[in-house]
Design a binder for this molecule. Structure first.
Ligand SMILES: Nc1nc2c(ncn2[C@@H]2O[C@H](COP(=O)(O)OP(=O)(O)OP(=O)(O)O)[C@@H](O)[C@H]2O)c(=O)[nH]1
Ligand SMILES: [Mg+2]
Length: 205
């Protein structure tokens, strides 16, 4: 298992320390089916060296993990990803990535503790791998936005078509992104923060 951030213990670099002005921390979770780019997003957006728990995929996953569309994938998240991004001097996001493989979904309980919201990352070539994830989020009552990650040959659907295909209510924001790009991943998190803000500003029924 690759706990990269715990390599030689020399103490945090000054860039890793939170600014003294940081007054609020928000936990968000990145979910989605197998291989949709969750670890990539956490890694691209994090201002600290991300923690990853990647394991090499083995023959044991043959027939269980559907590699269609991600044939070159050689590793998978077995516990979580973790990164951090400062949105402003005061606001810091702690970003947790979940494992995509169903056999590790029991870890969701811990990962969602204290989380204010989630991003559902989808691959438009394989929307079906995220259906169950969305259902589980809805069951938990966790607010979420959907981000369509752009892979080669990803069909580009109009937002409303994507909404219908994923059976999402009209208020759930849908954005597109390239999880490999810091700015794009940051925009996804900003969309989630805006949505959470709007929800909090709504009168309680
Ligand atoms: N072209 C393209 N490739 C991407 C993008 N995001 C991720 N990838 C590639 O897709 C593969 C899967 O990415 P991961 O970040 O490991 O996906 P994951 O959702 O964390 O996968 P699991 O943890 O196994 O469920 C990797 O080979 C990435 O390099 C993207 O935006 N565009
Ligand atoms: Mg991963």
């Amino acid at each position: 298992m690759d706990f990269r951030s715990s390599e030689p213990v020399v103490g945090p670099s000054s860039a890793d320390l939170l600014p003294a002005s940081a007054a609020m921390a928000v936990k968000v979770v990145i979910v989605g089916g197998f291989g949709v780019g969750k670890t990539t997003l956490v890694g691209s957006v994090s201002e600290i060296r991300p923690l990853t728990t990647e394991e090499t995929m083995t023959q044991a996953g043959a027939g269980v993990d559907d590699l269609a569309g991600v044939e070159r994938k050689t590793s998978t998240t077995v516990a979580m990803d973790f990164g951090r991004i400062s949105i402003s001097d005061e606001l810091v996001l702690y970003v947790f990535g979940t494992p995509g493989q169903e056999r590790f979904w029991f870890l969701w309980n811990g990962l969602f503790e204290g989380a204010l919201g989630a991003v559902v990352l989808v691959d438009t070539r394989r929307l079906e791998v995220s259906f169950e994830v969305i259902g589980r989020l809805e069951d938990r009552g966790v607010p979420f936005v959907v981000a369509a990650n752009t892979f080669p040959q990803s069909p580009s659907y109009p937002t409303e078509e994507l909404r219908a295909a994923l059976d999402l209510p009209p208020e759930v924001p849908i954005v597109t992104c390239d999880a490999r790009t810091r700015e794009s991943s940051r925009d996804v998190l900003m969309a989630l923060m805006r949505y959470l803000y709007d929800l909090s500003a709504q009168p309680v029924p």
